[in-house]
Design a protein around this ligand. Structure first.
Ligand SMILES: Cc1cc2nc3c(=O)[nH]c(=O)nc-3n(C[C@H](O)[C@H](O)[C@H](O)COP(=O)(O)OP(=O)(O)OC[C@H]3O[C@@H](n4cnc5c(N)ncnc54)[C@H](O)[C@@H]3O)c2cc1C
Length: 330
């Protein structure tokens, strides 16, 4: 029986594997649960907290860990060599990346090197669990386009996941160390110019479990103080719509949507956000969506699980009081 083997790239930052990469592995494992001729393995570049990783991965397969110090920071040449070598050695047919800034640079490089088709969006699997292309929104989300390729090898950068129902019951993951070292002198070829880090303790929106997002309806930069207060209480982060960023109220790193970040929090609270298709393009994988908007006809209510019609600052103050009361009683 011909085997289809998929390689997942697990992206780490400062030793913590990105949530989107973990979600990618766990989604593909659902295919393995029903198709015995599909196998999934993963590659982790750079040392990471393997105990934490093990606690979040489901299913079965090998995770190849290249923990040489040279891989701790992204280096295009080193990473491309490592991924290409692993892909060929494991005789994989498809390579999966979460759609991140890193993968948007690395995947095209690998596509040329491996002579593989490059596809983005949400992968499509046929009845046998074999990848057969991708779909993604076009024309600002007003249509869906399908992409297919005749190439035998394919690389995907995944921004949203298809719904696959069975959940793997067995967990058997082997962490296999790789001796491979950073094969070029990365520092010479690609000098690190500046390392930008988020403020202490503030998570990246793409990694956050709770996002309190604000739009034009928040009224200005000062209006975001309430969102920050609630985010802090709930252990979440602040997100923003494009106008809030364009107005300079929030940094671009917090923008969510088509030209911002794609997020997958368990809770997404949208305050004063109308719910344009471009904004919704970034929250398709969010769990519970709650919206606060003064206009009961705002499109955000079409996608929200819970809606509150009202003035955002007023509702936020009440929410903050309620959460504070709750936390005091705990
Ligand atoms: C190519 C392209 C790419 C784009 N990419 C993005 C993107 O990545 N992300 C993104 O967000 N947008 C993007 N946009 C812009 C998008 O089309 C919308 O204009 C934008 O999402 C609207 O932002 P908003 O909801 O904050 O503002 P608005 O549409 O102005 O909505 C403000 C909302 O606040 C409500 N409101 C007003 N006052 C209050 C109050 N006191 N209390 C509660 N609610 C109140 C209003 O009822 C309204 O629903 C893109 C557009 C294009 C053309």
């Amino acid at each position: 029986m011909a085997m289809n083997k998929y390689l997942v790239f697990l992206e780490q930052r400062e030793g913590i594997v990105k949530k989107a990469s973990i979600e990618l592995w766990n989604t593909l494992q659902k295919l393995v649960a029903v198709h015995e001729d599909i196998a999934v393995c993963a590659l982790l570049a750079g040392a990471a907290d393997l105990q934490l990783l093990q606690a979040t991965l489901v299913g079965e397969g090998a995770v190849y860990c290249a923990s040489d110090h040279g891989f701790s920071l992204y280096n295009p040449e080193c990473y491309a060599n490592l991924v290409a070598d692993t892909f060929k050695r494991e005789a994989c047919s498809a390579l999966f990346f979460a759609d991140t800034i890193l993968s948007r640079e690395l995947a095209p490089k690998l596509s040329v090197r491996l002579k593989a088709a490059l596809l983005s969006g949400s992968p499509v699997f046929d009845a046998a669990g074999v990848d057969s292309g991708s779909v993604r929104p076009v024309y600002s989300g007003s249509a869906l386009a399908s992409f297919h390729s005749d190439r035998s090898l394919r690389i995907y950068t995944i921004s949203s996941f298809p719904i696959i129902t069975p959940t793997p019951s067995r967990v058997h993951i082997d962490f296999i160390p790789l001796q491979q070292r950073c094969s070029v002198s990365g520092e010479e070829l690609f000098p690190l110019i500046r390392m930008m880090t988020m403020r202490d303790g503030i998570q990246d929106v793409t990694e956050a479990g709770i996002i309190i997002a604000g739009g034009r309806g928040v009224g200005g930069a000062d209006g975001f103080a309430l969102l920050e207060q609630l985010a802090l209480l709930l252990g979440g982060v602040v997100g923003a719509s494009r106008p809030a960023v364009d107005e300079g109220w929030r940094p671009h790193s917090e923008q969510i949507g088509q030209t911002g970040r794609t997020v997958a929090p368990a809770l997404y609270l949208a305050c004063g956000i109308s719910g344009s298709v471009q904004h919704l393009a970034g929250i398709g994988s969010a769990g519970l969506v709650v919206a606060i908007n003064s206009d009961c006809h705002a499109p955000i209510f079409d996608v929200a699980d819970y809606g509150i019609v009202g003035d955002a600052p007023l509702v936020l103050r009440k929410l903050i009081d309620a959460v504070q009361d709750f936390l005091k009683k705990k």
